[in-house]
Design a protein around this ligand. Structure first.
Ligand code: MG
Length: 252
């Protein structure tokens, strides 16, 4: 019995190592149906297309509301220094409203086959970043979406606070490209999520990550040759504005 169990564990580990590259729609699947980056429709489109993940950018407004928008600007306003009502009154380019993080979670809950990849944007002080992290974790818990989301951030402080305050099993990938896989592992992160240029400079980080049990995500990979490079080099996730091309090359 023990031998069979060991065999199953080994097989599962092998399958995990050789799992096929998956698609993460960068700022949602916006390149379709008159959608827009970080809009509710871009998340719904990614869910409908059945992608592994849909990424969004979360900022805190001046009066403490979490919103899904890339920033730092929304039209003429600096998102993190402007109150929510002013920002909300300004429509996205396609006429949709700028969604709150809560509205994003309501949409995410409708189809959890597509994971919500939450990029927590850098904020002006460590205290503010800590508050943003805690509020995001609290809301994800309230919606019972703990297993259906993953976190990414450029700020090391944000990643460290996610490690400190996040639940067991939380997925955290660092975006900034200036730490080795071993350094990320030592911080308690579960993956690297680096720019394509960084990964091409350090292709050895892919295997190093996998050997350490870290995932490898690469951004933002839009042209067919770069997509092919990522697939050939067995990265786990491609974050892209061109998800249909990734699926085409994967034979999906
Ligand atoms: Mg982003």
């Amino acid at each position: 019995m023990k031998k069979i169990l060991t065999l199953i564990v080994c097989l599962a580990a092998t399958m995990a190592t050789y799992a096929q590259t998956e698609v993460i729609a960068h700022r949602g699947f916006h390149a379709t149906k008159n959608s827009e980056h970080n809009s509710l429709s871009s998340l719904a489109n990614a869910q409908e297309a059945g992608f592994y993940g849909s990424e969004c950018d979360i900022n805190e407004t001046a009066d403490g509301v979490l919103v899904s928008i890339h920033g730092p600007k929304h039209g003429e306003y600096t998102v993190q220094q402007t109150d929510y009502a002013t920002l909300r009154a300004k429509k996205l380019k396609n006429g949709e409203i700028m969604p709150t993080f809560e509205e994003y979670l309501i949409q995410a809950k409708k189809n959890t086959n597509t994971k919500l990849i939450i990029e927590i944007k850098s904020h002006d002080t460590p205290e503010r970043e800590t508050r943003v992290v805690k509020n995001i974790l609290k809301m994800v818990k309230r919606f019972k979406l703990k297993k259906d989301v993953e976190y990414i951030a450029f700020s090391k402080h944000v990643c460290d606070e996610l490690v400190a305050y996040g639940p067991k099993g939380i997925q955290i990938a660092y975006l900034n490209g200036n730490m080795t896989p071993a350094e990320c592992k030592a911080q308690g992160y579960t993956g690297i999520d680096y720019n394509l240029k960084v990964m091409k400079q350090h292709p050895e980080w892919i295997k190093q990550s996998h050997d350490l049990g870290l995932t490898v995500n690469v951004w933002t990979v839009n042209n067919p040759e770069d997509i092919k490079w990522c697939i050939d080099n067995k990265v786990d996730y491609i974050t892209t504005d061109n998800p249909l091309e990734v699926n085409r090359q994967l034979g999906k």
